[in-house]
Design a protein around this ligand. Sequence first.
Ligand code: SAM
Length: 231
Amino acid sequence: MSAPIVAVDGNDDRDFESSELGTKDYWDKVYDRELETFEDIGDVGEIWFGEDSQNRVARWLEKSAISPETSVLDLGCGNGAMLIELRNNGFTNLTGIDYSSGAIQLAKKVAEADGFKDIVFEVGDLTAEDSIGNCPCFSRKYGVCLDKGTYDAISLMPTSCTEARVSYLRIVKTVMVDDGIFILTSCNWTKEQLLEFFGKDFRLEANIPTPSFQFGGKQGNTVTTLVLKKS
Ligand SMILES: C[S@@+](CC[C@H](N)C(=O)[O-])C[C@H]1O[C@@H](n2cnc3c(N)ncnc32)[C@H](O)[C@@H]1O
């Protein structure tokens, strides 16, 4: 029998160590640097899990019957590259949030340089209890929520990680329409662990295939991308 993902007594159920990637200080420094690099040489910075991973999400949305006018929220959008990819694919109602104001500045500049002034970027913290009342982006409802690496970053928080994950879940549920689609890409959690945490509120719609590797005779995936439907 597996241990509960959210231990009621606050016990930590992670099978990996916390790290500086779970701190805002780390991301603020990353985006200050990436903003400077973008201004100097036009390099947009890191796309987490690579462009292929971004393309897989975009392809899935394109192939599904989701209207291009559907409101899409990218949770922890970083440089905004995922939303720019969707804008290039015809999606028109796009919002990105990130708790690092440097990320939001960078995303705005990258989108503007690509000629997309209509993508909304706002600062918002997915783990702060008061975010829903305080951030305009969390007072709207979205048909699609995307997360590529943000739940992973939150899961690496050195302190209050379980509480932060519970707040994240509450915010995601609140901002999504009924039957909304949540596409989550993670390298820290397995499909089973993600379903254990999110399965009470979401049902599995699809598991987007990701490249797999073989090690010690066992087949495994380094990255998991799940399409979940709010239930
Ligand atoms: C691994 S990066 C992924 C960035 C982007 N989604 C991508 O795929 O390139 C994690 C992102 O989550 C953001 N983040 C981490 N914790 C957050 C929180 N509590 N609220 C909002 N954004 C957060 C970080 O600032 C960073 O941009």
